[in-house]
Write a protein that binds this ligand. Structure first.
Ligand code: T4K
Length: 386
């Protein structure tokens, strides 16, 4: 069948006028934002623990039900600071099926990321695989709540406790999500959010470490600002991880509309499920309706039963200006420097390899034009020859 020809309607599907990106930013009330920006200019207080930052940290901590939120300039620095604050060293177990920042945040600090396989159904770390990767050099585990669906937190806590390992989470995808009714943010010793522009909730660039541990929070606050306490007194090694006031203003603006963004994502996700799940070999990753979800990622899995391959579908979508993504292909273990450091890692990561070869992430969010999901589904249907 000709690519782009829709067999049900018999009509050629036109390409979208504008590219549909995965991760188009959601932006709240511009007037509110500009008002805050104006007040910030009047105060001439642009960074360094300003009033907007302090308000944002309080609101995020309350939203997640945790004692401390330390907002920083991006999610990667948040990971690096948390890793250092937990004194991780040697080897740390992480999934390979994640954004490369999870692994880089370790490698950047001279720590070896050891990749454990995932559960092919949940896409999250498989606790049995984590156990298999523990060596005498292992000091910790970083779980990732991939796609905003919680990692196996009870099983990982049990392993960490039994083996004397630190446990923290890369919760970059999971702001606004819950596990068994408890908000993500309070698991492990610390959790890290990303508020990058492409996340469903953004502060332009930004991130945060959240924790219920008073001592850890104090250390992380010091580390974020070169270890300064007072004007001339440096009492800890540190870096510059500060979130600036204009980012905090964006964060406060976007917190006010977070529920409507989630609702737009939920509706898109439900419609994608309705349109794509009946097609042979296709399934959209579900979210547990008993939990709070942000529905940020619409993850389409293309199985062997599908008449069209994953890459053929992706190509057809791109041809119509739908810039769907192959997140997180091919897995961190196939990216540099890990590809050279661990050339045979794939042998112990069969589920990672399989899932990374099956997934397409589709566009969602408040900017998706009306009727876009139906058109995207029609493009996919047509390229399958259905
Ligand atoms: N851990 C995990 C599990 C993560 O997923 C991430 C980040 C991190 C840690 C690190 O957090 P940060 O340090 O980033 O705060 C994107 C994002 O850059 C990255 O933040 C995110 N994960 C990852 C999943 O996706 P790319 O390189 O795939 O896409 P990018 O940034 O080029 O944006 C995608 C598309 O979105 C663009 O083609 C165009 C569109 N876009 C992008 C921006 C920035 C816009 O329309 N407007 C924009 O302002 O990484």
């Amino acid at each position: 069948m000709t690519e782009g020809f829709h067999s049900v309607t018999g009509k050629e599907i036109p390409p979208f006028d504008q590219p549909l990106h995965v991760g188009r930013p959601n932006i709240g009330d511009r007037d509110k934002f500009l008002e805050m920006a104006g007040a910030m200019f009047d105060r001439r207080w642009l960074s360094n623990n300003g009033p907007l930052l302090q308000e944002l940290e309080k609101r995020i901590a309350a939203y997640c039900g945790v004692k401390h939120c330390i907002a920083v300039c991006n999610g990667t620095i948040a990971l690096e600071i948390a890793i250092r604050a937990l004194k991780l060293e040697g080897e740390v177990i992480v999934p390979s099926y994640t954004f490369v920042a999870t692994a880089h945040a370790l490698h950047w600090q001279g720590i070896t990321p050891v990749f454990a396989d995932i559960d092919p159904v949940t896409h999250n770390l498989d606790p049995a695989a984590v156990r298999r990767m523990i060596t005498p050099r292992t000091t910790g585990i970083i779980g990732v709540h991939l796609w905003g669906r919680s990692a196996p937190v009870e099983a990982l806590a049990e392993i960490a406790q039994e083996k004397g390992l630190q446990l923290m989470y890369d919760a970059a995808h999971a702001f606004g999500c819950s596990h068994r009714g408890r908000m993500i943010g309070g698991f492990g010793r610390a959790e890290v959010f990303s508020f990058h522009a492409t996340k469903f909730y953004n502060t332009f660039e930004g991130g945060a470490v959240v924790t219920n541990d008073d001592g850890l929070a104090e250390t992380i606050r010091l580390m974020r600002n070169f270890g300064f306490t007072g004007l001339d007194n440096v009492i800890h090694p540190g870096t510059n991880g500060k979130m600036v006031e204009i980012c905090a203003a964006m964060g406060l603006t976007n917190l006010d509309c977070i529920d409507s963004v989630i609702e737009a994502n939920r509706i898109n996700h439900a419609l994608y499920c309705e349109r794509l799940n009946p097609m042979p070999g296709l399934s959209v990753l579900p979210f547990d309706p008993r939990e709070r979800n942000n529905f940020q990622y619409v993850v389409l899995e293309v199985s062997d039963q599908c008449p069209a391959g994953r890459d053929a579908i992706l190509e057809a979508l791109h041809a119509k200006n739908v810039l769907a993504r192959k997140y997180f292909w091919p897995g961190c273990h196939r990216m540099q420097p890990y590809r050279d450091l661990f050339p045979h890692a794939g042998l112990v990561l069969p589920n990672t390899v399989q899932v990374a070869n099956r997934v397409i992430v589709l566009p969602t969010g408040t900017t998706l034009p009306a009727g876009a999901v139906e058109r995207i589904a029609a493009i996919i249907s047509a390229c399958m020859g259905k």
